[in-house]
Design a protein around this ligand. Structure first.
Ligand SMILES: Nc1ncnc2c1ncn2[C@@H]1O[C@H](COP(=O)(O)OP(=O)(O)O)[C@@H](O)[C@H]1O
Ligand SMILES: [Mg+2]
Length: 287
């Protein structure tokens, strides 16, 4: 079985390469002919037809939706599938996909698309956003490792943020909990694998890259059910789900990572996540 693991063409992030190597290792142990390749010249359209690299399956660790769709349309099976990856890449699209399915999420207000740098923002928009209460959270739709997530404490900061970011897709969200805490849950093949609590004493964002510390936790039935249902709705083979909790025992899906880095979860929880992912890939391809 020929398998490619696709990483970004301009890869700099060591964690992405390490992730690719771990998955390759485990797939190779299961007998796959596995190769890590950069997203360069993987597919093109000639005479109206897609010509793509030959492979039975592809673990797609990039976020390049066009290449993902080209590979899929040429017959390569992708993990995760292109549509699921696209939806998860855009935090607001993830929220919309999960909405009306009984999945609790922080209240969110989308900022309208804007094409003009000198556009005046309607005061009613700010009044609508402020219903979330201060502090609130501003998020760019595309971003990871906490880089596009900001705390907004008052109208002055809200106006400044909106003006500076009006040309970029973003939204505002109710602040949940005490800050600097969330739970990362790994789901593979629709089933709960492990969970860790992430705590950051220096930042309201608990991402490991920003100094968050992981600690293994035993998820209860309610958390497992919420995360398995979330992965099912989004049609994900593999994902890491970020869960926020408030002081009243309520849980909220914060975001869903279709390419969640698993090194810290493997280390903290003592689970071979790469192996479980590789097993799912081989089993589903053989099915
Ligand atoms: N609504 C929120 N209330 C409180 N904290 C939040 C909220 N949204 C995000 N955070 C914090 O910021 C971190 C990063 O946000 P997240 O939406 O997961 O973006 P990223 O893709 O950058 O990880 C979360 O892990 C959490 O600690
Ligand atoms: Mg996150």
């Amino acid at each position: 079985m020929k398998c490619i693991i696709v990483v970004n063409a301009y890869i700099r992030n060591k964690s992405q390469l390490a992730q690719a190597q771990r998955i390759a290792e485990e797939l190779t142990l299961l007998g796959a002919d596995c190769k890590i390749i950069k997203n360069i010249n993987l597919a093109e359209i000639q005479l109206g037809k897609i010509l793509a690299v030959k492979a039975d399956l592809c673990v797609f660790l990039d976020k390049d939706k066009a290449t993902a769709r080209l590979l899929e349309k040429s017959g390569v099976k992708l993990y995760n599938c292109a549509e699921a990856m696209e939806i998860c890449d855009d935090k607001m699209l993830t929220h919309i996909a999960l909405a009306n399915n009984g999945i609790p999420m922080p209240d969110s207000v989308y900022a309208p698309l804007c094409y003009y740098g000198d556009a005046q923002i309607d005061k009613d928009f700010f009044i609508g956003v402020e219903k979330l209460g201060y502090p609130l959270v501003a998020k760019k739709c595309f971003g990871s490792l906490g880089a596009g997530v900001f705390l907004i404490k008052n109208r002055y900061e809200l106006e400044n943020f909106e003006n500076a970011n009006k040309l970029v897709a973003h939204f505002y969200q109710k602040f949940i909990g005490i800050g600097g805490e969330d739970i990362r849950v790994i789901i593979i093949d629709g089933k709960y694998v492990c969970a860790m609590k992430r705590t950051n004493k220096c930042d309201f964002r608990s991402n490991i890259d920003l100094g968050g510390q992981g600690e293994k936790i035993e998820a209860d039935g309610k958390l497992i059910e919420l995360c398995e249902r979330t992965a099912e709705i989004l049609n994900l083979d593999y994902c890491g789900i970020d869960i926020l909790t408030d002081g009243n025992g309520n849980m909220y899906v914060c975001e869903v990572n279709s390419n969640a880095f698993f090194a810290e979860a493997e280390r903290v929880c003592g689970v071979n996540i790469a192996k479980k992912y590789a097993e799912l890939i081989i089993a589903s391809k053989n099915a």
